[in-house]
Design a protein around this ligand. Sequence first.
Ligand SMILES: C[S@@+](CC[C@H](N)C(=O)[O-])C[C@H]1O[C@@H](n2cnc3c(N)ncnc32)[C@H](O)[C@@H]1O
Length: 285
Amino acid sequence: MTDQAGATPPSTLTPHLLASVLAIVAARGGVDFRDYRAATAVRGIEARIRATGCPDATSYLGLLEQRPEEIRPLLEAILVRVTQFFRDPGVWAALQYRVLPSLSAQNTAGSLLRAWSIGTASGEEAWSIAFLLGALGNPFEVLATDVSPTALRLARAGVYPTVATLAVPSDLRQRYLEVDGERTQVRPQLRGQVIFAEHDLMSAQAVPREAVLAAFDLILLRNVLIYLDPRLQRKAFERATQGLVPGGALVLGCAEVIPPEAESLLEPFPRVAPELRIYRRRERA
Ligand SMILES: C[S@@+](CC[C@H](N)C(=O)[O-])C[C@H]1O[C@@H](n2cnc3c(N)ncnc32)[C@H](O)[C@@H]1O
């Protein structure tokens, strides 16, 4: 927002007010953003201050205390849900030609190949990996989780603007997507193999209920760590690494790297360019 002179007015969200708002969100909204990077929370709160017409952060805090129904939109405003089908095409080429064939060859028992998309947002990442796994021909299952119920509703519906699906390779588009003018829908054949579930990666429950007995061949943890402070990042790594079978692959966002202490558990995935941030759980830690 800009004032009449075109400048952004100074923020009224002091560190104390920020802490009070986040304490309310943690207690009543169930998501603890206090160890997220402050800029992520500040941007979301400022957006809600403007949307609710509050003159400043103090009056917004008052509104939040009085109106429990404001918690949800605030939570959604803090979560950044930007995503795309086949986001970072080089990563998906590596998955298609190097990582998935290797995971499939490793799975000599022919059991389900299991993938987990953490922070899946509106589902484009989960559907992208399901398309590749479907084309590979192995039996598979994709678990896709997020803390945002709004994002998960979109993900489950599997309906996207047609223009957003143009990044899907054309053979996969023809096979798995049904174009209806400006809207494109995921065809029914993969729907039983992709499970969407609400799960907070930072909650006491390390893996979602749907996955308690499962170990995953592939975990996608992309563009989530950037919003977390180093302590939460370490926790997220620990959880993702524990969820992998030995030899399983962990895919991070292109701007993210594993911390040095994770190097005893993870190694760069063989024959994949290091800048693609694809790692493999070592057979023996
Ligand atoms: C920027 S999107 C990334 C989407 C997708 N992974 C990609 O790379 O395109 C980040 C997602 O992480 C989710 N997220 C943030 N904190 C989370 C947490 N503690 N547990 C699970 N998901 C979380 C947000 O709701 C959002 O949908």
